[in-house]
Design a protein around this ligand. Structure first.
Ligand code: SAH
Length: 384
């Protein structure tokens, strides 16, 4: 399966003799699928509304379609949800779902409830190729891009589980989406773009682009398109202020060094004081958390509408780093604050269920590695 199997409707079917899953088809593709049944374009609009406004999964519910048509649709099509291999709820209300995809791969999705919003953290790939030294996902070897359907289905399933269908605006428990789960979204750009088009469609799920944040480790050549075409907010995983350090902890930096990354941020389409770029900075004890690092960060951010998100490092089994002390984090934040940057420290959520940033890695993969090569892995990451 290629990175962009979105062009042909029936290519999306993983069981060639079974029903075709309608989830993830673009509006044009859905219209084409209806045309094949001899149905007019407004059928596709009706279906779209059932699937994405009301969360229908059964054609029998679609009472404004003639009964024989419902039967024909059910013969040829399905409205899929991913299989849930495991669902966990943290003491703080954070939920994590482990989904099993049709080919057996596993991905994770996290819902973080807050007073004024509910944020869904979705995955864009199975695993991740970036191997950031502090990130658990980066130790997973198996990687593939998620299809639009598999990205959209995470949101649909969360709406099911949260009882969110039919609710509007403030009442919704899923108001915001961050692409901060497993994977590098800008390495799966086409499929992410298709999925976001569905998720933001005003006649469907209607999640505002202003409430969607795409987080990248800095795939510089894709950043311009991301801003111009997707119109979502950008978060950049910076984590270090010198190339020397960033080369080591975010290896992508060897390809796209800090100066190029900051230039791409400076010209990110749509960035303004009202729509700032978030710079994520994981606080690693004794590695990147000194006052000199903070001052270096202030220098780098000059001229960019920016805010900083300081993320205390979330440890995982076998990780080689420690979380910075509270004092170091406070001192770091104060330097940023004095330079005029709001820099909230992100409270880790869902740590008890390994749902916090950088902790996502499929359970089966964890078990396999613990058995086979956890010992071999430790020394490699011990020297970031
Ligand atoms: N590939 C994208 C999105 C996934 S990571 C990116 O790199 O931005 C989402 C965020 O969690 C990134 O900022 C990442 O650097 C951070 N992160 C990864 N591991 C972490 C850990 N163990 N503790 C805290 N944050 C972590």
């Amino acid at each position: 399966m290629g990175a962009n199997a979105h062009a042909a409707v029936f290519d999306l079917n993983e069981r060639p003799d079974g029903p075709t899953d309608l989830v993830g088809l673009s509006r044009a593709e859905l219209t084409a699928a209806m045309a094949e049944l001899g149905e007019p374009a407004f059928r596709a609009r009706q279906l779209w509304s059932w699937m994405y406004r009301r969360g229908a999964t059964d054609f029998a519910e679609m009472t404004d379609l003639a009964k024989p048509l419902r039967g024909r649709l059910a013969e040829r099509f399905s409205i899929g949800r991913p299989e849930v291999a495991r669902a966990q709820v943290s003491a703080d209300g954070t939920r994590k779902w482990l989904f099993k995809l049709a080919d057996g791969h596993l991905i994770e999705t996290v819902h973080i409830p807050e007073d004024d919003r509910g944020t869904l953290c979705i995955s864009s790939q199975v695993g991740c190729t970036l191997t950031c030294r502090f990130c658990h996902t980066g130790t997973q070897r198996l990687v593939r891009n998620l299809q639009p359907r598999e990205i959209v289905a995470q949101v649909l399933y969360a709406r099911d589980a949260l009882g969110d269908w039919g609710l509007e605006g403030e009442d919704r428990r899923l108001t915001n989406i961050v692409l901060m789960g497993m994977g590098e979204p800008l390495y799966n750009y086409e499929n992410v773009a298709c999925a976001l088009k569905l998720i933001t469609d005003g006649d469907g799920m209607a999640v505002s682009r202003r409430r969607i944040t795409l987080s990248t480790a800095g795939v510089v050549p894709m950043m311009e398109r991301c801003g111009a075409e997707l119109g979502v907010k950008l978060a950049v995983s910076l984590h270090a202020v010198t190339d020397e350090l960033r080369d080591r902890i975010v290896p992508l930096n060897r390809k796209y060094p800090i100066a190029e990354l900051m230039a791409a941020c400076r010209s990110y389409p749509g960035a303004s004081n009202a729509r700032r770029i978030t710079f994520e900075y994981v606080m690693l004890k004794g590695v990147n958390d000194s006052p000199a690092d903070a001052r270096g960060l202030v220098r780098l951010l000059q001229g960019i509408p920016a805010k900083v998100n300081l993320i205390p490092f979330n440890p995982w089994p076998g990780s080689a780093f420690e979380t910075s002390t509270d004092e170091a984090i406070e001192a770091f934040a104060r330097i940023l604050m004095n330079a005029g940057y709001a820099s909230p420290v992100r409270t880790p959520r869902g740590q008890d269920i390994l749902a916090a940033c950088g902790q996502l890695k499929s359970a089966s993969e964890r078990a396999r590695r613990l058995r086979h090569d956890a010992a071999a892995d430790a020394p490699a990451s011990a020297t970031p």
